[in-house]
Design a protein around this ligand. Sequence first.
Ligand code: GLN
Length: 325
Amino acid sequence: MRLLVHFLIASNFRRFLCVQAETKFTVKDAILHWEKVFKKQNIPEPENSAGYLVAHVLGETRIVDILVRENEILSKKEKEKLEKLCECRLARMPVQYIIKQWDFRYLNLLMAPPVFIPRPETEELINIILKYIKKSKPKPTGFLEVGCGTGAISLSLVTECKSKLYGIAIDKSYLAVKLASMNVAAYKIDTIKVAFAELTEDGNLTEVHLNGSKPFMPDDKFDFIVSNPPYIPRKKLRDLQPEIKLFEDLRAVDGGDDGMDVIKSLMKLTESRLSEGGSLFMEIDPSHPKLIEKWIDENYDRYKLKLKKVYKDIFDKKRFVHIIK
Ligand code: GLN
């Protein structure tokens, strides 16, 4: 009996999708239809999801660009493609992975699962660093980004900074290294090198050599270090949305018991890799500023760090720290 009920529900749902596939419908109909389906299935941000997927099928990247095309009729092929993409969204795949690209500040970057999708709050970190560079004398030129993911932070810094910047962006995920390299190449930037390297717990960098490739991580110190490290306290991982838990690399968000594991390693890294007078910028959890201050105090004799400023994000949460050496 239960099986039969399931079958009826499933086939009704399928019929609901098919009816729409058979009738001629416009761009506007397509958006409204899929928005309704997403709402019914409790998919987060149903309007945006439908909008971005319809835009993608029509070869556009922004929703505004399809609003002017709302009376166009979708071809059979387009409808079928849209249906496939929407099925992915119904399985909770993030829109960014389905359309394989996403905007970050002035950039349009390639996205691919499971590489961490840059979040809107991280865009603010760039403003903080750009302001710091503008005010600094002499100007910082060399930086290191730890855990670069898609390369969003390094690329924004280099493309938006008025003075010359050279960056090394590292990640311990080979897929992230590949994707960041593709994004750097797409913007024809030759002042960012992406390296397959890992920050160890004790604050050292180890580069991975593939097929006997030559190491290129310089031994130098950097003028500043930036990172959006994994910082979610482990207990909170279970509350994350399915989009994150099912599709994104959890190593990019799991910060250990109190979310501070990688943050501590980054502070240790300053000993060997940050120039005297240099800065460390990190995105953090709002529970971290107190813990960071305590760690800096307890380890002052060795690392000589100072918490210069805590910044809030667009949602008014303490989200970034600027630490100086
Ligand atoms: N802000 C991210 C999220 O909520 C987590 C980022 C991180 O751990 N670096 O998914």
